[in-house]
Design a protein around this ligand. Structure first.
Ligand code: 5AD
Ligand code: SF4
Length: 497
């Protein structure tokens, strides 16, 4: 059973707005796996059979790909317990929000929605409203106080207990589940994601880093890797069910393996070697990598394994060593540049994407100019650009001043977006006249006469549809005829337009 609607590749991806984690990056098309736009996972279904209990669930997801995968796993356990999705809050017995805490703006969006549910709960006292994920973990102490109509507050460490929590909320009114110490263990039975031939697979959860601006270590807890064989088994099941492309997920995906087998060095490359042998699987991506953990073995695996795509999302955050120090990023620009050089040497044509934060505490004009220089120099294929947003509970909020004025943040954001847009257009233009292999995802949302999909570099490619053919999930060759900073447009050789 498919639960989540198929989203076209270019969903809402405007070029010029400020990035959201998971958003279309500047130069998007290249990257949207890193991006996380608010996105609603709703589908039409009949009301579930359930003895007196309303098991219809309305579900919304905010935030990154990790949150979307968590949402899928939550839906999996709910489904096993007889719950079904419904497409509107007013027809639901349970309303769940899987929330994001990474920036204030992301939080405000779900808080505002939460406020609006008060009236509905007043009309239907048996309605269960749940706040899940990073926002729940982060605001665990004040959600029930500010929103007394909420029945469940559940962090990212306990969502597999959702059916039980819903029952408890029904009987007790309010219930909180915020343990981060017991690793989440799950066995994926089927792909419930929005794209039938693509699946996310988590290789690790949590984060051991201490970036001063970031709330994630606080909301998701320390890093825990899944055993290699468990990941391979899950991917094998998914491939047997028709999945052709897998994106491995981890907060610092390339530090995978830590503490897994004391005395032995297990790394992400071991997972890649295993996945590369799975019949039916055609493409492998992984997000998001940390510059400190890029290593020669991993780069060699990317270059040598035919199913591993030529694409790397490597957030740099700033081009200035002094800012990186204040961020506690644990690498220098010199290291970052060397990593980029190694990747380009060993993986010819690799597409590189990054994340950048502008206006971090104390960022001077000179420090920002170093970021501009880096972007001009490296020529990323795409970048997610964020204005610094102070997060309560982080060490930057405690120890540093959020002293860059909002209009300076906005201006720096615009400057970088403009530069990246030009670079992405120039980089995309190099594809004109070339053929590229596209995994077709859906008809284009903006133009139903065109198919939309992605190539191995994660670029969005659109091309004309013909008659009533159904190419979803097919790998087709497209010759690129024109480009924008975010999309390659082309046609299938021999098919005309
Ligand atoms: N403010 C702005 N951007 C942030 N990010 C993480 N925390 C913050 C914050 N407090 C960005 C980083 C990270 C991406 C997922 O979100 O660039 O790589
Ligand atoms: Fe946050 Fe840094 Fe961990 Fe990424 S590596 S999730 S930015 S603390």
């Amino acid at each position: 059973m498919r639960w989540l609607p198929v989203l076209p590749a270019e969903t809402g991806e405007e070029f010029s707005r400020e990035g959201q984690p998971g958003d279309a990056p500047a130069g998007e098309g290249l990257l949207s796996e890193g991006a996380c736009d608010e996105h609603s996972v709703r589908a039409d279904v009949e009301a579930a059979a359930g003895a007196g209990i309303d098991r219809r669930v309305y579900f919304e997801v905010f935030g990154c790909q990790m949150n979307k995968l968590d949402a899928e796993l939550m839906l999996g356990v709910l489904n096993e317990n007889g719950y079904q999705l419904t497409d509107h809050p007013s027809s639901a017995g349970v309303i769940l929000y899987n929330t994001c805490a990474i920036r204030e703006q992301a939080e405000n969006r779900f808080f505002s929605k939460l406020g609006h549910l008060k009236k509905l709960k007043g009309e239907r006292p048996d309605l269960v409203i749940g706040v899940l994920g990073c926002g729940a973990q982060n605001h665990q102490h004040d959600i029930f106080r500010r929103y007394p109509h909420v029945g469940i507050v559940c962090g990212p460490g306990e969502f597999l207990r959702l059916p039980q929590l819903i029952d408890e909320a029904r009987s007790q009114g309010q219930v909180a589940a915020l343990d981060l110490d017991t690793p989440v263990r799950f066995e994926r039975k089927e792909n419930l994601g929005p794209r039938p031939r693509h699946a996310f697979v988590s290789v690790m959860r949590g984060c051991d880093m201490a970036c001063t601006y970031c709330v994630v270590p606080r909301t998701r807890g320390p890093e825990v890797s899944r055993p290699v064989n468990e990941i391979i088994e899950e991917a094998t099941v998914l491939a047997a069910s028709g999945v052709k492309e897998i994106t491995l997920l981890g907060q610092t995906v390339n530090s995978y393996g830590k503490r897994l087998a004391p005395g032995r060095r297990i790394g992400l490359q071991h997972v890649l070697y295993g996945l590369n042998q799975i019949d039916g699987l055609e493409r492998i991506h992984f997000i998001t990598s940390h510059p400190r953990f890029m290593n020669p073995d991993l780069i060699e695996a990317i270059g040598s394994l035919e199913k591993v795509c030529e694409y790397l999302h490597l957030p740099v955050q700033s081009g200035s060593d002094t800012v990186l120090r204040r961020m506690l990023r644990s690498y220098t620009m010199d290291h970052y540049r060397k990593v980029i050089d190694q990747c380009r040497e060993q993986v010819p044509g690799i597409a590189l994407a990054t994340d950048l934060i502008v206006g971090f505490c104390g960022e001077t004009d000179e420090e920002f100019a170093e970021t501009v220089k880096l972007v001009e120099e490296v020529r990323f294929n795409g970048a997610y650009i964020f204005k610094y947003s102070e997060r309560p509970g982080t060490s930057a909020a405690a120890d540093l001043q959020d002293d860059v004025p909002e209009e300076v943040k906005r201006e720096r954001n615009q400057v970088l977006l403009g530069i990246q847009k030009r670079i992405s257009l120039e980089a995309n233009s190099e594809s004109i006249g070339q053929e590229t292999e596209v995994l077709v995802e859906s008809l284009s949302k903006k133009d139903k006469t065109r198919w939309s999909g992605r190539n191995r570099k994660h670029q969005i490619v659109v091309f004309p549809s013909q008659g009533d053919e159904d190419l979803v999930g097919d790998l087709v060759t497209v010759k690129v005829t024109e480009v924008t900073p975010v999309v390659l447009v082309g046609e299938r050789p021999g098919k005309g337009s």
